[in-house]
Every structure is written in structure tokens, then in C-alpha cells.
Design a protein around this ligand. Structure first.
Ligand code: HEM
Length: 374
């Protein structure tokens, strides 16, 4: 479908009304009734915008005055860097997988490990990154995760891409260190070809750096949290709940929440349990496997969590016929790597705060609701 001129939009009017009223479109599924409510890069519609669209459909989708019709925008091709405009330049460093990889037409799932030399000759701090499968590879790249191997040992997790994900910009004052001579480890999941064609992919990671010599105040960390690999999703059940926990032995400031479930997932919530047993919901979001969306908290509401707290992640699944993504809902499903297996964790981006920094941040925040609004 295209939504670029009156005739094509009009043909979809009833479906558009349904999808925007149910907040299925635009894809951004944060629950507007609970938890933190202010996000960077929030592409959801306001209630007023939704009401305007619904009223237009109810009025018979009139064409209106054609002299007010805006020009059709120019669309970028699917492999252009989304961040190029915002960062004002193409990536400072582009690292492809070492050679093209072909997923055969009749292939099953493939989990590949690749290594790429970055060719970096100096240490740099990463401001932003974006992962792009090649145009032909898009339909088969389920995920592409990278970690760094520093020449003297050490390194760690760098970036995550999964379908529906665009790009990550580290919040002001933060960055990730990549060292001279770093080797990149790729973990790529290729799903089977959807259309009976061989598909050759060469996924690339683009990095934008902070200016040379500039050091961020804080090192940003991205991490799986509250993983639960003991999943038990009986066939035929529509509302199954799992829980995962992560004990925090340091003060942290959370900058991003990104749920991670597979085909059967429907919703995820994250709450904090403080040492005095108070509980506070940070966020809930509905889940659609086609959309891996990072919810970036606005600076003045980024949750400040004291050490000794527990993060509690609750996820829900639908393994019944009412879920179009369920393969054969008579089957039990458990944890696993295939999209038809399931998962339960949150990607959390955060940085650590010393006790003094934590106290200062809380003091600055006083007078505002912290960290949720429920
Ligand atoms: C007000 C804005 C939007 C409207 C009215 C809208 C409308 C729709 C409609 C009516 C469908 C068909 C759904 C169906 O048949 O079930 C759809 C599907 C889709 N839309 Fe949107 N959309 C909007 C924004 C977006 C944005 C911002 C993106 C990309 C970031 C997007 C990407 C897609 C994709 C990929 C599909 C295919 C189904 C899926 O993956 O969920 N749409 N949209």
C-alpha cells in the first residue's frame, strides 16, 4: 500500500481509522496511561490528531481544497542512513560484515558469527550508531548484534539491530568507548527467505563519533536485563505471564527501555522495587514482533534508580488462535533463538552514578514526579 495521494489514502480510510484509533499506527506502543510519559523521538499521534483523522473518515473522507495539498516528499532508499540528516554527515566509520552472505531460497534459520577489523588507529567515543542490512538482505536479517574485542583484551557489547529498529543516538553527555585496533564480533540471525529467492546480504554498522578529544561525562551501557529463559507457554492459552528480575548493585540513570519478545509476545512492563518495598511502574508497552522500538526517556524524566533496588520485568504472551503470529497454537512454546521460540527480557540503556552524582540528580529533580507518574 502507498499513502501518498488522495486516491490511495481514501481507499484505506476505514482501515486507517481503525489502526490509528487502536494506536497500531504509527508504530509506537508505549502505554499512555501508566509510567513515564515523556520521550525523545516519540512518533505517536496525540488524541487530538487521532480525533481529526477519525472525523475525516466519518465525514466520508472528503478531498478538501487541492490547492492546499503538500508536495509529495522524496523518499530515501531503504539502505540510506536514517541518521545522516540529523548528524549532518554520513557515518565517520562504516564496518560491513567481512564478506557477503547468501541465505539460500530453501534455507532454514542461520546464526552466523563474523569478525570484522575496524581499522581504527585511535580510541574514539561513539555518539550514535545505525545498523543497515543491504537492500536484498532486509527481509532475512532478523537481528544483527555487535560486540567489541579490544586488542589488549576486554571490550563488550556495542549495538543491537532487529527488524523495525532504526538507529540509536547516545544522550548528551554520554558515549561508548571504542579502542584503536578493535575487532568487531557480529552475531547475525538470518531467518529463512520469505519469497523463495536466494538473498545475499552485507549488513553494515555505521558509527558517528564525538569530536576528537571530547570525552563524555558518562559511559553509556546497553544491556539485557531481567532475562527469563524458563518460559512455559502452553498451546491454546491467550494470556500467559512471565516475570524476570535484575538486582542493581549500583545507582543508575536509565535512558532507554526497549522490550524484547518474539512472535507470541503481546506486552511488557518494567517496574522498580525499592529496598523499602515500594514499587513504581516505569513503563508498559504493547508488543508487535515486526517493531523493535527503543523508547528513549526525555532527559528530565530518565528514571534515577538507587543501588539495592530490583528491576522487575513482566511480559505477556498469546499462544492461541487469536494471535495471527502464533504458528500452530496447539504447540507448547519455550525459550529459544528461533523467532518461533520465545524470549523475555528488556534492553536497558543506562549510566552509572556515584552516590554523590545520584544525590545531586535527585535534588535537581525535586519538585518533579520521580521516576514514574502513576
Ligand atoms: C499517521 C501515520 C500512519 C498511518 C495512518 C498508517 C497507516 C497504516 C495502515 C492503514 C496500515 C495497514 C495495516 C493493516 O493492513 O493491518 C499500515 C501498515 C504499515 N505501516 Fe503504517 N501508518 C502510519 C505511520 C507509519 C510509520 C511512521 C511507519 C514506519 C515507521 C509505518 C510503517 C508501516 C508498515 C511497515 C506497515 C505494514 C504492517 C506492519 O508492519 O505493521 N506506518 N500503516
Amino acid at each position: 500500500m502507498t499513502l501518498i495521494d488522495y486516491e490511495t489514502v481514501r481507499a484505506w480510510a476505514p482501515v486507517i481509522k481503525d489502526r490509528v484509533e487502536n494506536r497500531k499506527m504509527p508504530p509506537y506502543f508505549i502505554d499512555k496511561t501508566v509510567g513515564v510519559q515523556s520521550f525523545e523521538d516519540d512518533r505517536s499521534l496525540t488524541n487530538e490528531e487521532i480525533a481529526t483523522i477519525a472525523a475525516w473518515v466519518d465525514a466520508g473522507s472528503p478531498q478538501g481544497d487541492m490547492s492546499n495539498m503538500p508536495a509529495v516528499p522524496e523518499f530515501e532508499d531503504s539502505v540510506a542512513w536514517t541518521l545522516e540528516d540529523e548528524m549532518g554527515r554520513p557515518p565517520d566509520l562504516i564496518i560491513p560484515i567481512p564478506e557477503p552472505f547468501t541465505v539460500p531460497a530453501d534455507g532454514p534459520n542461520w546464526w552466523m558469527t563474523f569478525y570484522s577489523d575496524t581499522g581504527l588507529t585511535e580510541d574514539r567515543w561513539i555518539k550514535a550508531f545505525e545498523t543497515k542490512p543491504s537492500a536484498e538482505g532486509f527481509p532475512v536479517v532478523h537481528h544483527a548484534v555487535t560486540s567489541m574485542e579490544f586488542p589488549e583484551g576486554g571490550g563488550g557489547f556495542l549495538s543491537e539491530y532487529a527488524l523495525g529498529k532504526t538507529a540509536d543516538i547516545n544522550p548528551p553527555g554520554t558515549g561508548q568507548l571504542i579502542k584503536a585496533g578493535t575487532r568487531l564480533n557480529w552475531n547475525v540471525h538470518y531467518a529463512s527467505s520469505p519469497d523463495g529467492l536466494d538473498r545475499t546480504d552485507r549488513t553494515r554498522l555505521g558509527l558517528w563519533f564525538l569530536p576528537e578529544g571530547e570525552e563524555p561525562e558518562h559511559e553509556l551501557v546497553r544491556s539485557h536485563m531481567a532475562d527469563n529463559e524458563d518460559l512455559d507457554l502452553p498451546g491454546g492459552e491467550a494470556a500467559i505471564r512471565t516475570d524476570g528480575y535484575e538486582f542493581l548493585d549500583k545507582n543508575i540513570r536509565i535512558t532507554t527501555f526497549q522490550p524484547h519478545l518474539h512472535n507470541l509476545g503481546t506486552r511488557q512492563c518494567i517496574e522498580v522495587i525499592y529496598q523499602d518495598n515500594r514499587r513504581q511502574t516505569l513503563s508498559c508497552a504493547d508488543w508487535d514482533f515486526g517493531w523493535h522500538i527503543a523508547y528513549n526517556y526525555a532527559d528530565d524524566v530518565q528514571p534515577l534508580i538507587p543501588k539495592g533496588s530490583m528491576l522487575h520485568v513482566t511480559s505477556w504472551y498469546n499462544n492461541s488462535q487469536s494471535n495471527p503470529w502464533a504458528g500452530d497454537s496447539r504447540n507448547w512454546v519455550g525459550f529459544g533463538q528461533r523467532s518461533t521460540d520465545d524470549m523475555s527480557f528488556s534492553w536497558i540503556s543506562y549510566y552509572e552514578l556515584t552516590d554523590e552524582e545520584y544525590e545531586a540528580a535527585v535534588t535537581e529533580r525535586l519538585g518533579q514526579t520521580n521516576p514514574g507518574s502513576d
